[in-house]
Design a protein around this ligand. Structure first.
Ligand SMILES: [Zn+2]
Ligand SMILES: [Zn+2]
Length: 169
């Protein structure tokens, strides 16, 4: 079966591949360099359609408009996953992951700039106005401080812990 598939010319491979549904296409592109090179990356529209498949729902995957990947829900701010930005939501196409939100875009500012608060998994994070890192907010209620826990008055040990959290982003 596999031998006969490889015997076909690349144009035919491509033709067959474009008809493969998600996630088969993605899985095949990961099997070898040949298919990885041949199979085009999924477009944003395709990713948005893919996130509504049983496969993506079961694994809690959502599309990011910037890195053009399906990522686990834990990689997004909670507000990115509900209502208009939720699965099949009217604004699902505007959803982006935390990692992309922290990256400056096109020479401009990052979507999550200094002082920005992001609730992820029910925990409030902040882009710290003091150290610039992304970490858990310094105040229990998550309002007003706009600094991370380490800068808010934690010990040195705490600071290194938040640094790890920021890197994991
Ligand atoms: Zn992203
Ligand atoms: Zn800080």
């Amino acid at each position: 079966m596999q031998c006969s598939l490889f015997a076909l010319p690349p144009e035919l491979h491509l033709l067959i591949l474009t008809h493969l549904p998600f996630p088969s296409r993605t899985h095949l592109s990961l099997t070898c360099t040949y298919f990885h090179t041949l199979i085009p990356r999924m477009t944003h529209t395709e990713l948005l359609a893919a996130e509504s498949t049983e496969f993506a729902v079961a694994r809690d995957l959502y599309a990011c408009r910037y890195c053009l990947r399906l990522r686990h829900s834990s990689e997004f701010g909670d507000r990115m996953l509900h209502k208009r930005r939720g699965r099949r939501g009217k604004a699902a196409g505007r959803r982006f992951c935390v990692e992309c939100g922290l990256c400056p875009r096109g020479g401009g500012e990052a979507r999550y700039g200094p002082g920005a608060m992001v609730v992820r998994g029910g925990v409030v994070y902040v882009v710290c106005r003091v150290c610039g890192r992304f970490g858990e907010v310094g105040e229990g209620d998550g309002h007003g401080s706009e600094v991370c826990r380490a800068c808010f008055g934690g010990s040195e040990m705490d600071a290194s812990r938040w640094k790890v959290a920021a890197l994991r982003g």
